[in-house]
Design a protein around this ligand. Sequence first.
Ligand code: FAD
Ligand code: NAD
Length: 467
Amino acid sequence: MSEPYDLIVIGSGPGGYVAALRAAQLGMRTACIEKDAPLGGTCLNVGCIPSKALLESSERFSEVSHDLKQHGIEVEGVRFDLGTMMKRKEKIVSQLTRGIAGLFKKNGIDRYEGHGSLAGPGRVEVRAADGSTQTLEGAKILIATGSTPFILPGIEMDYDRVGTSTEALSYPGVPEHLVVIGAGVIGLELGSVWARLGAKVTVLEYMPKLLPFLDEEFSKLAHKLFKRQGLEFRLGVKVTGARAEGDAAIVEFEDENGEAASITCDRLLVAVGRKPNTEGLNTESVGLKLDGRGRVEVDDHFRTNVENIWAIGDVIRGPMLAHKAEDEGIAAVELMAGLPGHVNYDAIPGVIYTHPEIANLGKTEAECKEAGIPVRTGSFPFVANGRAKALAQTDGMVKIIAHAETDRILGAQVLGPRAGALIAELAVAVEFSASAEDIARSTHAHPTLAEVVKEAALAVGGRVIHM
Ligand code: FAD
Ligand code: NAD
């Protein structure tokens, strides 16, 4: 048995590794257990980072192939080399994961490679790949074990022809026909990557519309734009089974009319959500409570029902986002140290890194109406913005939802160029309880895309200028 730690973190994703770093900064003797060889979790290894690397590369290819002509630039013989694209992606991932190992070293965090499981009060067992075990003691334990893809019943995975986002980040060649189950964030991002590189992409979605968490007009606009980019959608269909057969994958579903149908394709991507990682954690040994969806139950301060065990990130309630996990990690550790850690769930932006990008924050207009909150909204399209015209990227708009009486910003949606960067201003506004008028009266540089945000804020007060 080693010296007791102040904190043992299980999992080194953005939640766990950031929590470990903050704990070390606060002077805690900290250990982090990770079962995989590289640190960084889903986000760095098989999530945010590799997907964004491929989205960027494929977008550059698509831009050079289709969008430069209008600028008077003629390019002939455009080709891509998938091997180089994949190597670039892998290099970015390895630089970043090695960076975390360096930060651990610099901050004196002990890293244990192996599977962590709860082994009684204040104890965690680490089982290494060779089967050897050791037990660590810690005053506090933080569960940050993240999530893995959810697999629908009836789907026989071979993790090759029928796979998850992990396989779709490393296909050895461009599929001729890729079928994606789920028109969610992964379906749209990775569907876009492979469609840009030449695959026929068919997306099967259970719901009658794309991205139901957006306002109706945004959901419809996104549908129209992705269709224009060549993605084919079958909405309102129910997948009943799938399997690999030789070099093909077969997916069976009930079509829009409830009739049995099937598609044979060469790759099938299952992207219907993710499930929390609690298997093998030995939660029963300490009586740790899970909620109805298998997530570790926590209170507002990330405390579980067991004293000195805390949990954050994808393994608890809330959106499965890297920055949400990071901020919860920091807040949890600060609370452990007696500091006022806090996460404002109304100010967490979500971004889909398609082209154009789609970003959302807080409540939709429909959610406000449902909750009986009186709202005023303001929208402004990119087509009326000088910078968007210069970029030749005029699709989309910004919408701001504000309280009808106080003018306080309650939500915002951006569909358009650099939406992920534009939503940051609105997230800060929500954090500071700003009103739409605060944004409308702030000077925004000209000509910038940010002026669309300002005009949408002006529109809330009925005094838009450039329309
Ligand atoms: P994870 O990142 O899942 O990390 C958990 C870690 O714990 C893993 O390394 C796992 O190996 C380890 N672990 C689990 N159990 C044990 C155990 N018993 N013992 C030891 N170690 C264990 N989010 C965004 O915000 N932006 C994006 O652009 C984005 N893109 C994504 C793209 C894809 C394809 C996917 C799949 C996800 C994406 N996400 C994105 C979601 C994001 O990756 C997750 O929300 C985030 O990684 C959650 O962080 P976490 O620390 O809670 O868990
Ligand atoms: P998701 O929840 O975004 O989308 C899943 C989709 O599958 C939904 O539209 C759902 O209606 C559909 N679906 C469910 N069951 C179905 C069925 N039987 N047949 C057809 N469709 C069905 O989940 P995801 O795309 O797998 O992503 C998982 C998580 O990873 C998300 O929570 C997301 O936040 C995170 N993620 C984030 C980013 C980002 O922030 N840019 C990128 C990728 C993933």
